[in-house]
Write a protein that binds this ligand. Structure first.
Ligand code: MG
Length: 337
């Protein structure tokens, strides 16, 4: 197994603001693994909230490069276990390497992963398109710029309801909101019924990630389904979210790859919970990995390539939110590097 990588700082089309801050660029790591002449690719974007910058991913990769390269690869799940023990404090790097290993695995079998897993892509949900926090005027303009069937609106500021009401005047599209842990219990109890009246279908991470007591109360009283994002990072968190959230938003980067994400989906289904996979503004590389899991999901948020003004690869395409798969094996990507 040979390993190579590149780092990028991909620009957003518009500065992207959530309740935790604004960014104009998305730093990301792309890794390339080569096994028996076949190259596979994986991605891990850096999110400051999770405190693993791209430099830390590169440093860890270089420090243990020899251990990544000497591994006798046979199948991705075993490789993930090896990586998980090699980099216990760097799930983002594990994600990028796990994704690359799955890409190779699919290419060796000459199939896309969803085909190897016998999934029906007709069941893949339509992806939403995210509207970041901005002035109401700019949010309306951004929404009009991209006509879409489902919008995920970032909230968690004082004028949330006013923002959503203003957007509602211009579209009948489905709305989801993501508070990114920005509300208190009292605010959530007050805002959620108003958002329901505005045609919002679900709320992501209303309260602080460790406010389990608040979530228990909100779970019992909320008129909208609640999805965990910041509160559901690793596999062990799925069980914790049961009876506190109606669903979970899995992200490949935070949970450490495709391998644990598949187990999290299985666990959530056992607990009768809804499942979404979200993105961290990945390029078409990481987005293609989400597309492989999409037939297993209730909801998907994979608009990274739509929010960024530069891309690294060609991969899954979108037709008004519907995923259009290609015929390329593995993750279904072609890299331009
Ligand atoms: Mg979120």
């Amino acid at each position: 197994m040979k390993v190579n990588y590149k780092t990028y700082n991909l620009p957003f089309t518009h500065p992207f603001t959530i309740s935790k801050g604004t960014k104009t660029h998305q730093p990301t790591l792309i890794v390339e693994l080569e096994f028996m002449g076949i190259k596979g690719y994986g991605e891990a974007p850096a999110i400051s909230y999770y405190n693993i910058p791209v430099e830390k991913m590169v440093e860890d990769l270089e420090r243990k490069r020899i251990f990544i390269e000497k591994y006798a690869f046979n199948e991705p799940e075993r490789y993930w276990h090896y990586l998980h023990h090699l980099f216990p404090a760097n799930p983002f790097l594990v994600c990028a390497l796990d994704m690359a290993a799955w890409d190779i695995y699919g290419k060796l079998k000459r199939k896309q992963l969803h085909q190897l897993w016998n999934l029906d892509t007709a069941k893949s949900p339509v992806t939403d398109f995210t509207i970041g926090i901005d002035t109401i005027e700019n949010m309306v303009a951004k929404m009009k710029e991209k006509s879409w069937p489902i919008y995920k609106i970032k909230v968690g500021v004082d004028n949330d309801i006013e923002m959503v009401a203003a957007l509602r005047k211009h579209t009948d599209a489905i709305f989801r909101v993501d508070a990114n842990a920005g509300w208190s219990l009292e605010q959530a109890l007050q805002k959620i019924p108003l958002l329901k009246e505005l045609g919002v279908e679900m709320v992501e991470q209303p309260l602080a990630k460790d406010n389990w007591d608040g979530m228990k109360i909100l779970f019992e009283r909320s008129v909208l389904p609640l999805y965990a994002d910041e509160a559901c990072v690793f596999e062990d968190d799925v069980e914790k979210c049961h009876q506190h959230f109606h669903g979970i938003n899995i992200k490949l980067t935070k949970c450490s790859g495709i391998t644990p994400a598949r187990r999290m989906i299985t666990k959530a289904r056992e607990l009768n919970m809804e499942v979404m996979v979200g993105c961290m503004n990945e390029s078409s590389v990481g987005t293609a990995a989400i597309a492989q899991l999409a037939p297993l999901l209730d909801k998907v948020d994979m608009d990274g390539p739509l929010l960024l003004s530069e891309d690294i690869a060609e991969g899954v395409q979108f037709d008004n939110g519907k995923l259009i798969y290609n015929e390329w094996p593995g993750l279904g990507i072609k890299l331009n590097w």
